[in-house]
Design a protein around this ligand. Structure first.
Ligand code: ADP
Ligand code: MG
Length: 527
């Protein structure tokens, strides 16, 4: 297929490089749809509080156990371009709102399934694309009909946080306790309740202790110990220097080699080195630095010199941590110690070494306006800590979104059922064959309650019929996990609430991906 016949000469002309694979028309679309559906199907089983976990093993044998859609899709080594589009739906969702990734991917997959049926009935792909677009607009209007306002000091926020964490490997910890921690962390950094700096909320994980020891600490928590014993463990109103340069003798840099023939010379050489190191210490002390934090190594010999000056120092601190400390203290990283500019130094209310159970961590409380908080996540094993961290990270995003937008909607499939009904009711306002696509979109929405029902061990068809009957009577119910089964009941009263922004984003991302895949009628893949 990589050749074409020239109209002039007779012999074939190679247009595409040999080995290029090309699929066109229906075949191209079918292959994309199939791949997209396959990916969406793979993560369906993880949706909702009764979702199952997946164990992912990468080529080096690393194991990740998770229930998080974004993480699963991120770890899966997806090759097909159609499948890749679904992975991107989840990625965009994660970036934009931090939750609803499985929902978005399942919806995208379902929109493709429904599109395939329409293609079989000879509805043109462009018609489906346009119909889906109009249906997405109707879906937004449906969401607007079910908005619930939420205030910064609302107890509802903890409910929103808890709902986002159910079934997320929070293990032995009570979801309410965790939800309170998350809300407390977000409230601490929200000055006016409108703009929340997500960067000001950090999550620091450390294996050890039980998951219930997870706490919120004011300041930037860094998993580091002072470089020497005898350093102060608590400094108030500290001047902070952030160093991006190793503090050591520059011997290796200049390649100088000492040729020592007697003890005097050896002593002299060592004196010279010590002198150089002492010079660095003096520079810091003269500038009034109380805490020195370096991304690089600090020579062992300098530790005791710094301790004698009452300076607390940390080495090999991650760039991420240093960036957070820079934000909190107003310090700028310096690349040299030769002329330390006062303007580059920051201030901290307090820098201390604090015990967390058996462990000690450093806590830097910023000295400028913006507060930084750290959720210190604990857990018995690496897997527990990692999954708990993902759940908390998501919950933080959800609470931030809810607080910033002030709008939430009923979850547990209630809003999707309402959207489905609304879109179907309004399908007749859309002219021509596009109407079929609008109806298809409406039934694609049912995939969310259907999947929740399946994962809760219910019959999905019965559940949907039951749901719709209630909705027709104006009762916006969902399928709420009651610990044993799915209970068809008022989702808001049961505390299953989610930010409206997550639903809007999921529908937009899923629709966009489906539309993009449907528009493709030619796949040209290089060898
Ligand atoms: P996502 O990646 O889409 O956020 P989740 O696995 O977090 O996927 O599942 C989210 C879905 O689970 C939402 O539709 C939410 O409303 C629903 N959900 C959360 N808690 C409950 C509950 N207790 N009962 C029923 N559904 C719930
Ligand atoms: Mg979620």
């Amino acid at each position: 297929m990589a050749t074409t016949r020239s109209s002039m000469g007779g012999g074939p002309i190679f247009v595409l490089r040999e080995g290029t694979r090309r699929t066109q028309g229906r075949a191209a679309r079918d292959s994309n749809i199939l791949a997209g559906r396959a990916v969406a199907n793979a993560i369906r089983t993880t949706l909702g509080p009764r979702g199952m976990d997946k164990m992912l093993v990468d080529s080096t044998g690393n194991v990740v156990i998770t229930n998080d859609g974004a993480t699963i899709l991120d770890e899966m080594d997806v090759d097909h371009p159609g499948a890749q589009m679904i992975v991107e739906v989840a990625e965009t969702q994660e970036e934009e709102v931090g939750d609803g990734t499985t929902t978005a991917a399942v919806l995208a997959g379902q929109l493709l399934v429904k599109a395939e049926d329409l293609l079989d009935e000879d509805v043109a792909p462009t018609t489906i694309v346009e119909g889906y677009q109009e249906a997405a607009h109707l879906a937004m209007a449906a969401i607007d009909e079910h908005l619930i306002d939420v205030e910064v000091d609302d107890d509802l926020l903890a409910t929103v946080a808890a709902a986002s964490m159910t079934g997320k490997g929070t293990g032995s910890v009570d979801p309410e306790t965790l939800a309170d921690l998350v809300v407390e962390a977000v409230r601490q950094v929200s000055t006016d309740g409108e703009r929340i700096d997500r960067e000001a909320i950090r999550v620091e994980s450390r294996v050890g202790e039980s998951a219930s020891s997870t706490t919120v600490v004011e300041g930037v928590v860094v998993d580091k110990e002072p470089i020497a014993d005898g350093m102060p463990r608590n400094i108030e109103d500290a001047t902070v220097a952030l160093l991006d340069v190793p503090i050591e003798v520059r011997e290796s840099a200049s390649g100088v080699e000492y040729r020592v023939t007697n003890a005097d010379q050896l002593a002299a050489a060592m004196d010279a080195e010590e002198g150089e190191l002492r010079g660095y210490v003096e520079t810091l002390a003269d500038a009034g630095v109380g805490v020195a934090i370096s991304t690089k190594a600090i020579d062992d010999r300098i530790g005791s010199m710094l301790a004698r000056e009452g300076i607390l120092a940390f080495e090999r601190v991650s760039s991420d941590d240093v960036r957070a400390i820079a934000r909190a203290t107003g310090a700028t990283r310096v690349g040299t110690l030769v002329d330390l500019d006062e303007a580059d130094l920051g201030t901290a209310h307090r820098v201390r070494i604090e015990r967390f159970g058996e462990d000690e961590l450093a806590v830097v409380e910023g000295g400028i306006e913006t507060e930084t908080v750290t959720v210190v996540v604990r857990g018995g094993t690496e897997h527990v800590v990692a999954e708990l961290e993902r759940a908390i990270d998501d919950a933080i995003d959800v609470v931030v979104t809810a607080m910033e937008t002030g709008e939430v909607v009923p979850g547990a499939g209630a809003i999707e059922t309402a959207i489905s009904g609304y879109v179907r009711d309004h399908a007749t306002t859309v002219a021509g064959r596009k109407q079929l696509a609008v109806e298809a979109f409406a039934s694609a929405m049912d995939a969310i309650p259907q999947t929740l029902a399946t994962n809760m061990g219910m019959d999905p068809i019965d559940a949907i019929v039951d749901l719709k009957t209630h909705h027709d009577r104006g009762e916006v119910v969902g399928i709420v996990d009651d610990g044993k089964n799915g209970d068809i009941t008022d989702a808001v009263a049961a505390g299953v609430i989610e930010p409206a922004a997550i639903k809007r984003e999921a529908i937009e991302n899923a629709t966009e991906a489906a539309r993009m895949l449907l528009r493709i009628d030619d796949v040209i893949a290089a060898r």
